[in-house]
Design a protein around this ligand. Sequence first.
Ligand SMILES: Cc1ncc(COP(=O)(O)O)c(C=O)c1O
Length: 419
Amino acid sequence: MASALPTSFPAEVVPQAPEDPLFGLMAAYRADTSPNKVDLGIGAYRDDNAKPWVLPVVKKADEIIRNDPEANHEYLPIAGLAALTSKAAELVLGASSPALAEKRVASFQAISGTGALHLGALFLAKFYKIAGANRTVYFSSPTWANHHQIFTNVGLPIASYPYFDKATRGLDFEGMKAALRDAPEGSIVLLHACAHNPTGVDPSPEQWAELAALLKEKRHFPFFDTAYQGFASGDLDRDAGAIRLFVEAGFELIVAQSFAKNFGLYGERAGCFHYVAAPSPDAAETKTRVASQLAILQRSEISNPPIYGAKVASIILNDPALFAEWQDNLRTMSGRIIDMRKQLRGKLEELGTPGTWNHITNQIGMFSFTGLTEPQVLKLREDYHIYMTKNGRISMAGLNSRNVEYVAKAVDKVVRETQ
Ligand SMILES: Cc1ncc(COP(=O)(O)O)c(C=O)c1O
């Protein structure tokens, strides 16, 4: 045998990376044989039987695709399925948005929300160079962990602004504003449009208006991540309120839109990227130039986006009856989650668990930041087979009518034991 050359990737150059903590948690949950085990780490919707839920409206769209004699597996255009991207833009911006009427929105189908974030990050890394602008991307502290990697991977510097107030388990609005005021002019600010992950804490409409004024004054660049539209409150328009407010305020901005949660299309990787030019006589021309460069980036990254999830979402968004049914399905998911919030809080209060629990119902969306400490989280795992991330974040979708009481009692015991 010929002698092998040494690897080009020795450990000092390519060290063993740590396992993604969330996937490690999932593996530990799967390996647990207790019949009482509860998965509160999961970032996907579960029904009251703790099972994944294929939305009934998605089943109908799937049926339509399967029975379409014209369906094929051809490539989509580089920008994706036009019937999807145009409706996706209407969904997030509002059908009557002046930005759409004035043709200043460039929309690209993306590999779900993550892919849309990446396309935006790549575009900014390459082109956000105007004199006086600061290329640092500011994230909320904490934020969805992947944000750090997505923006760091394209070479953009990152920083954070305070967001979560540990004392109130609500928004640290003053801290957030102070940091954004102190950030160099023209910084990029990543904002969760609704149902903030991991805290479940959103600014109020009045606070969003203040933030818009502040960002405008500082000429910051807003980058919205919207992964929970309709899933948070059950109302698509309400959950898009912050983005629409910023568009109305005349910002140039980017939106990364995921259809993973609101259509339950997690693994199909359906989503869209939108660039909105600020209103000006040149806006449509700016949009066209930006879109031409986005097309090159998209081509080199993925060539063309995947077709199945895009077709499902597009069929639903383009058919009024299916759209209405989708809204109904969204209300089912958000309603169950809101109900679980009420039940968990109610049971903890009934038990007289030390501390306050109103934050459970004040927070919104898939996740709640419980305020449980790391030792408490580990004790819940070891003694009660209840799995959540070490920061005390729980996925409300993991709770159901059969386990919520068990979870409340376990939390009660652990909180008392570790006081
Ligand atoms: C805040 C946030 N952004 C983006 C995403 C993107 O998810 P996906 O790439 O599956 O659409 C998620 C998913 O958990 C999220 O929580």
